[in-house]
Design a protein around this ligand. Sequence first.
Ligand code: PLP
Length: 377
Amino acid sequence: MNSKIWLSSPHMGGTELNYIHEAFEQNWVAPLGPNVNNFEDDLKKYLNHDVEVAALSAGTAALHLALIILGVKRDDEVICQTFTFSASANPIAYQGATPVFIDSEKETWNMCPIALEEAIVDRIAKGKKPKAIIVVHLYGMPAKMKEILEISNKYQIPLIEDAAEALGSTYSGQNCGTFGEMSILSFNGNKIITTSGGGALVCKTKEGKEKAVFLSTQARDDAPHYQHSEIGYNYRMSNISAGIGRGQMEVLDQRVAARRKNNQFYQDLFKDFEGIAVFVEPNQDYKSNHWLSAITIDPQKAAFSCEELRLKFLDQNIESRPLWKPMHLQPIFANTPYYGTKVAEELFNNGLCLPSGSSLTDADRIRIKDVIVKLKQ
Ligand SMILES: *Cc1c(COP(=O)(O)O)cnc(C)c1O
């Protein structure tokens, strides 16, 4: 059997271990230390915007803290893109708040500005103004930020950007992760860079970052003894994980380039295929890191479905995966409000993510191509 080709696997640059050794030598084996501070600085520099960064244990933790800092409480409503990974929505439930799910538009697959405004107007009419909007840059594709920011400003509802999949993506030349009142990044094992597990909260102000660090380290008041006036969390990033992050930041641009090259490979591969569309940027304003490359299939025109293709890949030990199942269709979120026209449902039914790792080799690409070529025969 050929070795497995994964959808997206960790890809070390080589210097990560140096930073970990340094941490051991200095005995900074704790959820604080020089690697944490330096990793935050590296991210801040990379994002190249007036932001502050707090390194945390996970992207999910970052999103939870963003909601807390923005004052989301029990029985509040928070707007969230329906077409996403469950981690975008779960922190809303952690706070005892209710998600209001918004459909996608067809160009970027992200939050539809029309459905967003419709939802805000309707929720206000029903008596509750949403406390925040969570927009996602799915698979690295920037959302329609101009339109969404306009709506966020018009109704004075803060925007949280879930940029977990979009480090290295830009919209109108500005980095994803710098548009929101707060933004989150993820460094889980399958993301574009990894710290084995980890995340970050990107804030517009120093106070925002300080609050995030305070809450993520058990909310200790300024006193010699342990005193607490607020509920705290254990969400800070480990100095060992941050060492991996520092090494990964050195190769981030290469990782983005490799994933974009994969996307180009799929564009070339499917060029002459009736009924298959590779997910690409709508125009020059959008630059996706193409964290995952994805296709949609029209089964009538292509004469096979996404599931058939997935199984053909699996036969060759190649991993592929259906697109995210929309949150409003998840059993756990049944009966939550939803606004839209079933665009995300359609994508879920007819879409597939293809192997997209930055460590994909030419030999891997030949095996992938073989599966596709045989489909035509
Ligand atoms: C990975 C991911 C998260 C969660 O990040 P973790 O670091 O795994 O907690 C949140 N949102 C999206 C869209 C993600 O892909």
